[in-house]
Design a protein around this ligand. Sequence first.
Ligand SMILES: *Cc1c(COP(=O)(O)O)cnc(C)c1O
Length: 358
Amino acid sequence: MSALANYCSENLEALKKRAQYRTLKAPGVSGSIAFAANDYLGLSRHPEVVKAGQEALLAYGTGAGASRLVTGNHLLYAPLEEKIARMKHKEAALVFGSGYLTNLGVIPALVGKGDLILADKLIHACLIDGSQLSGAALKRFRHNDPAHAEALLKEHRTKYKNTLILVDHVYSMDGDIAPLAELSELAGAHDAWLMADDAHGFGIVPSGVNVDIWMGTLSKAVGCYGGYVATSKPVVEYLVTAARSFIFSTGLPPAVCASALKALEIIEREPQRGARALALARRVKSGAQSAIMPIMLGTEEKALAAAEALKRRGILVVAIRPPTVPPGTARLRLAFSAAHTDAEVDKLIAALKAEQLI
Ligand SMILES: *Cc1c(COP(=O)(O)O)cnc(C)c1O
């Protein structure tokens, strides 16, 4: 074996010993019911969304052909960005290649060396990656604890030029919601900017609070692909020339933008879809705040065994293990969709009870 292959094999063995080895997963197999995808509103297979993509594919071809600053800014971007801005109650929006690319580009464009990032302990990995890429000092506050964020601001804010506070709106592995009103007030009082990642809230949990920057993805409730920020006009204008993941990456295929635009129209027209996903989650746990529900198990082995047991009962859920979640907090992550039937949720509840998971 080559030295490189040997190196990787050794790392893989170590992961297997810790039950942290991962494999690629197909969408649910037929005959099982999946509570595992982020297509919360069932839009990825909606006939109107599919048709909009088909029509654009025939009209404009498969690829954008270049980055948006070169010649890739095809005419589906403007209506898509206008709609996102309107739905997020912001002046303007900017669409990136994915949510990951959005965070990787936006954070380093806004802060750098000499600046401070204050982030919730449980923010998504791509916010951390964007933060590290920025070169700004990164400090973490306890999950959903604005008092801790305030203490850190009081202690450190004045040592830095600009400060960016980073949170998820809905936490991807916990399903709980950030105290945005308190954090927004804190940001105002300490001359900091607040950025919230709405990947798991959009379309399901209304975002009433006005944060400086909303970011999100078109790949979850919107059922397509791509990422976005919604913010003020000058910030968008600046990001176009400052966010490297925007500048040096090809525009989205026109068909993806057409489908996303149609999906957004449906979300506006049919708010009952988001309400249904939430109501289904609340049938399992009355306190559910979003379409995401963790069932905490602790060890990797327990989480994997629980997922296996549910699979034998025809229910597909994923075991989430470190390093995606902190050590000792391996869990099952259930994701509900407006497309689930009542009978499917009945079956889930029966299986969870039979396995003593609820
Ligand atoms: C999925 C996710 C992203 C990344 O979005 P993609 O469009 O899938 O790259 C960003 N933030 C959070 C919280 C996510 O869950």
